[in-house]
Design a protein around this ligand. Structure first.
Ligand code: ZN
Length: 306
C-alpha cells in the first residue's frame, strides 16, 4: 500500500471510530434492593450474589455502580451488613431505597419521608466520602396524586437528595425465583431457557427505551438501567454486559448519565403505578407506552413440578 493511501486509511479509521464513540449510547447500571432480593438457590448466600456482581464490575472495568439499600433487612439478619460492606469495600457507592421498601402510593408524604430518613444512619456509617444522597423510589412509585408527588419532591430537594431515575427497565426481577427453583432441581435445560428469555427481555427493554426516547427527545439519552441484586441477575450479568456492548453502548456513572437534560424535566404526572421516566412523559402526553411482553406466565410455571 502506498504511503498516502495508508495515511488516508488511518485517518478514515480514526474518523469512523470518533463518530462511533460520539454516537454510542451511554448507560448507567444500578442495582436495587441491597442486601437481598428474591429467593436464593440452595447453598448460595447473599454475600456470594453480591460478590459475583462486584467481580463482574471489576472484570468488565465498569464505572461506579450504585446499590440502593433497604436497611430493614438487617433487623431480621444483622449479618446481612456484610453485603453492604462488600459493596463499599469494592469502591461502589450506596443510595437510599427507603428503610422498609413501602411504596409512596401506600404512605403519606410524611410517612414516606420518615422512611427515607430511617435508612440514613446505615448509609452514613458506610458511605465515607461517597455521595449517598440519591433516592430510588420503591416500585418507581412517585405518587398517585400531584400533591404527594410535589410534597416529596420538595422535601427531597430541601434535604439535598437527587432522584435516581430509571430510563431502562425490563422487569429483570422476574427471573430470580424461577432460577432458585430450577437450581434446586438441577434442571440445566430450564436454566438455559431462563438465560435465553432474560436476554431477549433485556433486548426488548433496550428497544423500548431507545424508541420512546426517539419519540420524546429525538435522540438517545444517557440511560439509567434498573437491575436487582438477585441470584439470577448476578449469574447472567456478564452476558448482559456483552449484550449492551454488542448493541453499541458504553457504560457511565449514574452522575454522568443524569447530566443529560432529559432528567431535569419533571413530567409532573401522577401515576397509580410507577414507571421509567419515559413512561411518565408518555402518560403526561396521553401516549400509549410499549409493552415489554415478558413471558411472565412461563416464568411463574418454570420448575414448579419435578
Ligand atoms: Zn426495590
Amino acid at each position: 500500500m502506498s504511503r498516502p493511501t495508508l495515511i488516508r486509511r488511518v485517518v478514515l479509521t480514526a474518523l469512523l471510530c470518533a463518530s462511533t464513540s460520539l454516537r454510542a449510547q451511554q448507560i448507567a447500571i444500578t442495582f436495587d434492593d441491597l442486601p437481598l432480593h428474591e429467593d436464593l438457590p440452595p447453598n448460595e448466600t447473599r454475600l456470594q450474589v453480591a460478590q459475583q456482581i462486584l467481580s463482574t464490575i471489576q472484570r468488565e472495568h465498569l464505572p461506579p455502580i450504585y446499590g440502593f439499600i433497604n436497611a430493614v433487612d438487617m433487623e431480621d439478619d444483622p449479618g446481612l451488613i456484610n453485603v453492604l460492606n462488600a459493596w463499599r469495600a469494592a469502591g461502589q457507592p450506596l443510595g437510599n431505597h427507603t428503610y422498609t421498601h413501602i411504596g409512596l402510593n401506600k404512605q403519606t408524604p410524611a410517612q414516606f419521608e420518615a422512611d427515607i430518613q430511617k435508612n440514613e444512619p446505615t448509609l452514613i456509617s458506610l458511605a465515607g466520602n461517597s455521595d449517598w444522597h440519591y433516592l430510588r423510589y420503591p416500585y418507581l412509585w412517585e405518587g398517585e396524586t400531584l400533591d404527594k408527588r410535589h410534597a416529596v419532591r420538595t422535601w427531597l430537594a430541601a434535604h439535598n437528595y437527587k432522584i435516581a431515575q430509571v430510563t431502562m427497565n425490563f422487569d429483570d426481577y422476574l427471573w430470580n425465583a424461577p432460577y432458585a427453583r430450577c437450581s434446586e432441581q438441577h434442571n440445566q435445560a430450564a436454566i438455559a431457557s431462563l438465560e435465553k428469555s432474560y436476554l431477549a427481555a433485556a433486548d426488548r427493554g433496550i428497544q423500548i427505551a431507545r424508541e420512546t426516547s426517539q419519540t420524546l427527545y429525538r435522540r438517545d439519552i444517557s440511560y439509567v438501567l434498573l437491575l436487582h441484586i438477585g441470584a439470577f441477575d448476578a449469574r447472567i450479568f456478564p452476558q448482559l454486559v456483552q449484550l449492551f456492548r454488542a448493541r453499541g453502548f458504553t457504560f457511565v456513572s449514574l452522575e454522568q448519565a443524569q447530566k443529560d437534560p432529559a432528567y431535569a424535566h419533571d413530567p409532573n404526572q401522577p401515576l397509580l403505578h410507577g414507571g421509567p421516566l419515559q413512561h411518565q412523559e408518555y402518560a403526561a402526553r396521553h401516549l400509549t407506552y410499549p409493552a415489554l411482553n415478558n413471558p411472565t406466565r412461563q416464568l411463574e410455571a418454570a420448575c414448579k413440578t419435578k
